[in-house]
Structures are given as structure tokens and as C-alpha cells.
Design a protein around this ligand. Structure first.
Ligand code: AP5
Ligand code: MG
Length: 215
């Protein structure tokens, strides 16, 4: 499976990507997770990325594209991959096309998860993430089994710094301006499928499985 997942911040890209990566046994590549792990480790890349992430802006293309290129050339991507949160600009999408051509492969599908803005703002306040394994939870929609403890690795789950309401609104604005045009880009290529991210995660998962069909 070679898949891109598009969607506004908090649409549920990460949640669906984790499921699909498990069932299809391919790596889940989230540029947001890569930046956050660099921020946590205090790397130069992390310091640069943080300046943009904290403001709800995109990290510049020249930084982001290089990271994805390096990741896609790792051996585990030969069997496929799920890109979550990349591409996010037309420039990134064009560069991804060039990378895939060089690798001699094509995207099977681009999955667009649509959720209205109001719903997103409501959802984000309840999100909790595991800083160790990246699993994503929600205080109401997907609580951890033990309070505040990750189901997978037992680390304490935390709230993301960019999940404050004013930053979420800025991230949404950035999404509409810079990322939404990709819906048209991939519609023209003919490989876009859209699902509506429903109130219940399992319902969205079922829609995703139906929309993607056989791989
Ligand atoms: P990134 O980490 O990719 O953030 P994002 O796109 O804003 O998306 P999120 O991770 O916040 O949401 P998600 O869609 O994964 O939703 P989730 O599954 O967690 O990027 C962060 C920042 O890094 C960006 O702002 C940017 O600065 C930078 N960056 C990253 N990639 C970049 C790029 N390519 N170029 C430039 N800059 C880049 O779900 C959200 C919550 O809702 C969870 O709590 C979940 O449990 C819950 N939930 C999920 N599905 C449902 C459902 N169906 N019903 C109810 N609740 C649900
Ligand atoms: Mg995510």
C-alpha cells in the first residue's frame, strides 16, 4: 500500500494511519511526529521546526521535503508506506511525484478525511498523545484504558502544545490556504477518495476501509 492521507488538523489522519499501517504492515510516516521527536531531542531541526509549529504555520518546504526524501529511501518503505501530513503544499506534492518517479512507484490512493472546522476545534481540546510511541487518544472519543497512561507502552499521555484553541484556529487557516488546494491537485490525477470523519472513530475506520477497497 502506498497511501497519502490528507485532512485538516485533527481530522483523524494519525488515528486512521496507525490502523492502516498495522493491517497492511507498512511504515506510518508522519512529518508532524518527526518534527515533534526532533523538538523533544533538542536537535537543530527541532529548534527550527518549533518556531513555525508553535505559531500554527507550516515548516518551510525546503526543510520538510528533504526529511521525507530521506525517510522514503529507507529499506522498510520498499513494501509501501502511509504518508500522514505530507504533502501539505503544491510544491511538496510536485516534489513527492518526482521522488516516487525516481523510485519507480506510484501512489495507490490519496485519502482525504473531511471534518468541518467547528467539529475540529471541539475535538482538539480532548486530544492526548503518547510522547513515546505517538499513539493518539481522546478524553471522550478514545480514552486510554488506564487514566492518562498509554495503552501500548505505559508512558504518561500529554496534551500537544499546538492544541490550544487560538493555535488550532491558526492551523485551520493555514490548512485552508495552503493544503486544501491539494484536493483539486489529486482529484485531477484521479486517485483521491474522500470520507467524512464521523463522530465515532470506528465509523470513520469502516468508511475508510470501504473507500480504499482492496489492496
Ligand atoms: P501534524 O502533527 O501533522 O498535525 P496536523 O495536521 O495539524 O494534524 P494532527 O496530528 O493535529 O491531527 P490528525 O489529523 O493526525 O488527527 P488525530 O488522529 O490525532 O503537524 C503538526 C505541525 O507540524 C503542523 O502544524 C506544521 O507546522 C508542521 N508540519 C507537519 N507536516 C508538515 C508538512 N508536510 N509541511 C510543513 N509543515 C508540516 O485525531 C485528532 C483527535 O481526534 C484525537 O484526539 C483522536 O482521538 C480524535 N479523533 C480522531 N478521529 C475521530 C473521529 N472520527 N471522531 C471523534 N474523534 C476522533
Ligand atoms: Mg497527526
Amino acid at each position: 500500500m502506498r497511501l497519502v492521507i490528507l485532512g485538516a488538523p485533527g481530522a483523524g489522519k494519525g488515528t486512521q494511519a496507525v490502523n492502516l499501517a498495522k493491517t497492511h504492515n507498512v511504515p506510518h510516516i508522519s512529518t508532524g511526529d518527526i518534527f515533534r521527536s526532533n523538538i523533544k531531542n533538542g536537535t537543530e531541526l527541532g529548534k527550527k521546526a518549533k518556531e513555525y509549529i508553535d505559531k500554527g504555520l507550516l515548516v518551510p518546504d525546503e526543510i520538510t521535503i528533504g526529511i521525507v526524501k530521506d525517510r522514503l529511501t529507507e529499506p522498510d518503505c520498499q513494501k509501501g508506506f502511509i504518508l500522514d501530513g505530507f504533502p501539505r503544499t503544491i510544491e511538496q506534492a510536485e516534489k513527492l511525484d518526482a521522488m516516487l518517479e525516481e523510485m519507480g512507484v506510484k501512489l495507490d490512493k490519496v485519502l482525504n478525511i473531511h471534518v468541518p472546522d467547528d467539529e475540529i476545534v471541539k475535538r482538539m481540546s480532548g486530544r492526548r498523545v503518547c510522547p513515546k510511541c505517538g499513539a493518539s487518544y481522546h478524553t471522550v472519543y478514545k480514552p486510554t484504558a488506564k487514566e492518562n497512561v498509554c495503552d501500548n507502552c505505559e508512558a504518561n499521555v500529554v496534551q500537544r502544545e499546538d492544541d490550544k484553541e487560538e493555535i488550532v484556529r491558526k492551523r485551520l487557516e493555514t490548512y485552508h490556504k495552503q493544503t486544501e488546494p491539494l484536493i483539486e491537485y489529486y482529484t485531477k490525477k484521479g486517485n483521491l477518495v474522500t470520507v467524512v470523519g464521523k463522530e465515532k472513530i470506528e465509523d470513520t475506520t469502516n468508511e475508510v476501509i470501504k473507500a480504499l477497497g482492496e489492496f
